[in-house]
Structures are given as structure tokens and as C-alpha cells.
Design a protein around this ligand. Structure first.
Ligand SMILES: Cc1cc2nc3c(=O)[nH]c(=O)nc-3n(C[C@H](O)[C@H](O)[C@H](O)COP(=O)(O)OP(=O)(O)OC[C@H]3O[C@@H](n4cnc5c(N)ncnc54)[C@H](O)[C@@H]3O)c2cc1C
Length: 397
């Protein structure tokens, strides 16, 4: 049976869920979310779900800053519990990047982030469990932390459905239908859907779908791992959420007594068809993750490994997302290429795409820097003060 929708949202990860929520809240009728596998089945369900505002470039910082209050006041803005946990967030850098860190914190404050620079001594006073001897200073966000990515996605969708959106699980979009330079709808494993507007929120699967409309977007899949270790009694109350740029790792506590650790884009098995890849941890990854964690959080030195997984990053050439209409195909929009840092920005992405579709222009955050054509125009998103990586960081991409 052929169906119709005003807007088809492809993908029920956190981005599709946020877009469906914001469209529905805005009063757009007949929003249909099509998901081939399940809610949060892609990168979202594997996310470490850090919520921080520290970025080295303004466009991404604006997205994170605009999104953070939604997580903080989730019960009022969306409803229910998205697992938001305020732990404080710490960003460390190599000593040679001290001035870059200071300039970035000044930029973030100017944009409205609650953040400050702490000396190593001040950081030790705020977070006594962290080893700070190798640091000159760090950026600190007292209110940041993490959320539950699956609950976030589920709640966005539940509230979108309560406002009239429809969700179909098990409906894979196999092709985009284009007529006379405009999107006409999609072809799914359950038949055709007619729609004047289609939004692709399909992470690393996006290039494959775009090709069915004759468009190419340079997004490549890349496998990334996270391991969870049991916290000792001394750290039962948790610890700050940390991107340890100085040692090349990131970690946060969980509500159930574990600490999740990732090691940037550490090598191991990196080839990654998003439908067929090793979803477990490589054995060689575990000692690397544990060592880097223990160097910053010495109490975790003997912590047993509990579980872990690998997910897929949707890498763009400048590691920042494309949020735009697809050139040459009216009514077709895309938000992809978040390169492993999209979760925290989902509320703003949903708001911006809704504004773009309904009003023709995003107001929440200026989307121009995220435009499709920026790679062809040699105008990538790049901060003035990007950080160096430690020499033993591993395989850098
Ligand atoms: C290990 C790991 C750690 C991360 N840590 C963080 C972090 O700490 N902080 C942060 O901000 N970000 C983090 N990220 C990144 C963040 O999780 C992602 O940027 C974000 O979840 C992407 O959401 P999405 O909805 O765009 O994509 P996805 O979650 O991948 O969702 C895409 C959905 O589209 C569906 N789909 C694909 N093709 C089709 C089709 N043809 N038809 C129908 N459905 C389709 C898929 O099944 C999937 O459910 C991490 C990612 C990983 C993998």
C-alpha cells in the first residue's frame, strides 16, 4: 500500500528522534519516522553520551551550548528522565597548549558556556581522585556530565508520537525517489511513501542512501571502542567526566558503578561496514584503555574489566557534521558526519532542522558553517586553537 507523509524522517537514532520531536512540537502534521532496525540501534546506542561544551571551534560550541539546557531541564522541556547526570567536566591538554586552552575557554565564555580555566592545583582541589602532576591547567565545566543515550532517544520519540508523529520499526528505506529535481518520497521494504520533505538522519549509512538520489557525501565509517571497568569503593561516588587530551583518552562514571573509557580513534580493527563489524572490544584495546585511565585516575589501576563494545563513527573530512539541504534535490535534507561527537548536539540539531524546513532558515544556531558545499569550497570548520595530541596517542586519523 502506498502511504503519504508531510515529512519522512529516516533513522531513529538520537538525531531522527530529536528532529521528529521538534517538528511535531512545531505543529507539523504527518511526520513519519522510518527505522530499519530499532530505536538507537546505530551509533546512538553505543555512545558514551558525554555532555560538554568545550570545543575548539565556534560552530560546534554553539550547537553544544544551545543543547545543554535541554538536557539540564529535560523533565520540563521534553518530559521523563533522560539520565542527565551532572559530574563536572574536565578537559586536559598538553602543557604546550596551555595558551590555546585559555583562548578557547575565553571564546566559550563569550558564547555563553559556564566554564573556567583551573590550574593543576585548583583541579586537584576540585577532583582529588585525578592525578594532575603532568598538567599546567585544565578547562572545567562545573555543570556538565553525561546522559543516557537510549532513554534520550526513546523519550524524544515517545513525545513526538504523543504529538501525532508515527514510528515504523523494521521499515528500511532502500531508495530515495526524485522527480524533476525534487524529492517525491522514499521506497521502503514495506512499500512506497510519498512525501514532499525527507530528512536523512542515518549516520554512517547516509552516503549509501544519497547515492540513490545521485548525490555523493564524503562520510566514511570508522570503528571506535569503549570499555567499562568496575570502580573501587574509594570512587563509589563517581568522578568527573574527563576528556584527557594530555594522555589521549576519555572517561566517565556510570550510575551503576562502572567507569567507561575510550581511547580516541585508537587503531585495532578499524574497517567498518556499519551492517557487519566486530561489535566487541579487541583484546589489545583493554590494556591501552586501562593504562591511560589509571594514569589519570590511579585508583582504577586494578579495576576489573566488566564489559565493552565497538560502535561506528560517521567521519566527515573535517570531523564536523553536514547539516543542510541536499544541492539539486529540493525537499531533501541531511544531518550526518558527526564524527563521534553528535549526541550532545541533538537538541539543537532538531531545533535547527525544524526551523530550516518550516521557516527556510535556522535561528537556534547559524547552519552556514555546516553547509554541504564547504569541502568543495575548501572552507572546512577549523578552530584557531586546535590541540596537539600526545606522541603515544595511537593511530590518529
Ligand atoms: C563509541 C561511541 C562513543 C561516542 N561518544 C559520544 C560522546 O561521548 N558524546 C557525544 O556527543 N557523541 C558521542 N558519540 C557520537 C554520537 O553517539 C553520534 O554522533 C550520534 O549518536 C549519532 O546519532 P544519529 O542519530 O545521527 O545516528 P545513529 O545513531 O547511527 O542512527 C542512525 C539510524 O538510522 C537507521 N538507518 C540507517 N539506514 C537506514 C535506512 N536505509 N532506513 C531506515 N533506517 C536506517 C539506523 O538503523 C540507525 O538507527 C559516540 C559514538 C560512538 C560510536
Amino acid at each position: 500500500m502506498q502511504r503519504t507523509a508531510e515529512v519522512v524522517v529516516v533513522g531513529a537514532g538520537v538525531m531522527g528522534a530529536s528532529v521528529a520531536f521538534h517538528l511535531s512540537k512545531r505543529g507539523v502534521r504527518h511526520v513519519l519516522v522510518l527505522e530499519k532496525t530499532g530505536i538507537a540501534a546505530g551509533g546512538t546506542g553505543k555512545s558514551a553520551a558525554f555532555l560538554r561544551m568545550h570545543y575548539t571551534n565556534e560552530p560546534e560550541a554553539r550547537m553544544a551550548i544551545a543543547s545543554f539546557p535541554v538536557y539540564q531541564h529535560w523533565g520540563d522541556v521534553v518530559g521523563g528522565d533522560c539520565g542527565f547526570t551532572s559530574t563536572g567536566f574536565v578537559m586536559t591538554v598538553l602543557p604546550e597548549d596551555t595558551e590555546a586552552l585559555r583562548r578557547n575557554v575565553a571564546m566559550l565564555k563569550r558564547l555563553g558556556a559556564k566554564t573556567e580555566v583551573l590550574t593543576a592545583e585548583e583541579l586537584k582541589a576540585v577532583a582529588p581522585s585525578l592525578a594532575t602532576e603532568d598538567l599546567v591547567c585544565a578547562a572545567y565545566e562545573p555543570e556538565s556530565g553525561y546522559a543516557d543515550p537510549v532513554a534520550t532517544t526513546r523519550l524524544f520519540l515517545e513525545h513526538a508520537q504523543a504529538l501525532g508523529a508515527r514510528l515504523e520499526i523494521g521499515a528500511e528505506v532502500v531508495a530515495l525517489r526524485v522527480r524533476a529535481g525534487r524529492i517525491a518520497g522514499v521506497e521502503t521494504t514495506r512499500g512506497l511513501v510519498d512525501a514532499p520533505t525527507v530528512i536523512l538522519l542515518t549516520g554512517p549509512w547516509t552516503p549509501r542512501l544519497l547515492q540513490t538520489a545521485g548525490s555523493d557525501l564524503p562520510i566514511t565509517p570508522r570503528r571506535a571502542q569503549v570499555a567499562a571497568f568496575a570502580r573501587p569503593a574509594a570512587l563509589a561516588a563517581g568522578h568527573p567526566t574527563v576528556i584527557d587530551g594530555a594522555l589521549g583518552s576519555y572517561f566517565r562514571s556510570t550510575r551503576d558503578g562502572l567507569t567507561l573509557v575510550g581511547v580516541g580513534l585508537w587503531g585495532g580493527k578499524t574497517s567498518a561496514d556499519p551492517d557487519r563489524y566486530d561489535q566487541g572490544n579487541d583484546p589489545e584495546f583493554l590494556p591501552v584503555a586501562r593504562q591511560r585511565l589509571a594514569r589519570r585516575l590511579p585508583a582504577m589501576g586494578d579495576s576489573p574489566y566488566v564489559r565493552g563494545h565497538a560502535g561506528i563513527y560517521d567521519m566527515s573530512p573535517d570531523t564536523r557534521a553536514v547539516l543542510d539541504g541536499v544541492p539539486g534535490v529540493g525537499g531533501l535534507f541531511v544531518a550526518a558526519g558527526f564524527s563521534g561527537t553528535g549526541f550532545k548536539k541533538a537538541p539543537a540539531v532538531g531545533a535547527c532542522l525544524t526551523e530550516l524546513i518550516v521557516e527556510g532558515r535556522a535561528r537556534t544556531v547559524d547552519l552556514r558553517p555546516f553547509r554541504w558545499n564547504r569541502f568543495a569550497e575548501s572552507d572546512p570548520i577549523r578552530g584557531q586553537d586546535e590541540y596537539r595530541l600526545p606522541a603515544d596517542f595511537g593511530h590518529k586519523v
